[in-house]
Design a protein around this ligand. Structure first.
Ligand SMILES: CC(C)(COP(=O)(O)OP(=O)(O)OC[C@H]1O[C@@H](n2cnc3c(N)ncnc32)[C@H](O)[C@@H]1OP(=O)(O)O)[C@@H](O)C(=O)NCCC(=O)NCCS
Length: 288
């Protein structure tokens, strides 16, 4: 199969990254760090990296490899080389080298490359490239066969989704800007019925969480989960998670995935039935 290189920016790149990650997940149920829904979640706010051309290698079936570049802030950039498991063209080391060069040419302050600790090839490439190992995160999965029993909210709170609140400001706007609802609507995997919030009886948002179902891979993703400081440790996150994962399984998800960095999040997710499966290291490349 002949492979050609294409470049794309903006929403076109988002759609190509979606196809690439869906193909990667179909090729291997465990490999790699990201689901298509992750890159759609990253789309929630405009970024400097939106207009940067990303590199994709495409064969007769669509994208088979790619280089994703994401700027979180002006100083925090992320580079993700992605290769569909089992693909031999382009070679993994070629994709890696192009990724590092591409990220270095755009970020003035350096960048991070997250690598699954199970991925020996990328780990060796990171070490050989003299990137510096930094922070870690963990990933946990829940099988549809073992969904949690739905835990109830404490009195005085109610759970709503965006189909019930279309005309009110989106709870994510404080941290992600006023355009967040519009950006989420541009994501093919976004579903307003899976966009949950917990409200107090006077309509204040106490917490929110988003659930993404991908019918192509039958994987559900949870991202983000947040309960505001003053409402923590009352079971709000647990109740949202139980409802959200239940809705994902109802949509047809065979498995649900979540990633996290803190001990609090680990305890929360394990308490509703997620089982940790892997860790990742964020390798740092310093600017020249
Ligand atoms: C993590 C977070 C969502 C938890 O929300 P919450 O509504 O306080 O969580 P719950 O009350 O539903 O807690 C359920 C269980 O999670 C665990 N848990 C929650 N917060 C914890 C903490 N600070 N330390 C240890 N365990 C914790 C406990 O097992 C708890 O059960 P318990 O209270 O019966 O012991 C909240 O602290 C938060 O928004 N943090 C900032 C954003 C964040 O880290 N999100 C997760 C990103 S992956």
């Amino acid at each position: 199969m002949s492979v050609s290189e294409v470049r794309a920016a903006g929403h076109e790149a988002l759609l190509l990254a979606t196809k690439l990650l869906q193909r990667a997940r179909r090729a291997d149920p465990h490999a790699g760090l990201w689901e298509a829904a992750d890159v759609q979640w990253w789309w929630r706010t405009p970024r400097r990296s939106d207009e940067i051309e990303k590199i994709f290698w495409v064969d007769d079936e669509g994208p088979v490899a790619g280089v994703l570049i994401t700027s979180w802030t002006d100083d925090a950039w992320q580079c993700d080389p992605v290769v569909v498991p089992g693909a031999s063209d382009p070679e993994t080391n070629v994709v890696w080298t192009r990724a590092i060069e591409h990220a270095a040419s755009h970020s003035e302050t350096g960048f991070e490359v997250p690598v699954s600790d199970d991925d020996r090839t990328f780990t060796e490439l990171a070490q050989r490239s003299e990137l510096i190992p930094g922070r870690h995160d963990s990933t946990a999965w829940m099988d549809a066969a073992g969904p949690p029993t739905v835990s109830a909210l404490p009195p005085g709170f109610q759970l709503v989704d965006r189909t019930q609140r279309r005309d009110t400001p989106h709870p994510l706007r404080r941290r992600n800007g006023n355009g967040v609802a519009q950006r989420l609507a541009q994501c093919p995997l976004y579903d307003p019925a899976l966009d949950l919030a917990v409200e107090t009886s006077d309509g204040k948002v106490a917490g929110y969480s988003l659930y993404w179902f991908d019918p192509t891979t039958r994987v559900g993703l949870v991202e983000p989960v947040r309960v505001e400081d003053e409402f923590r440790r009352r079971g709000l996150a647990r109740a949202m998670l139980c409802t959200g994962t239940d809705r994902l399984i109802g949509r047809g998800a065979d498995r649900v995935k979540i990633s996290y960095e803190t001990d609090a999040a680990a305890a929360l997710y394990q308490s509703v039935g997620f089982r940790p499966t892997s860790t990742a290291t964020w390798y740092r490349a310093l600017s020249n």
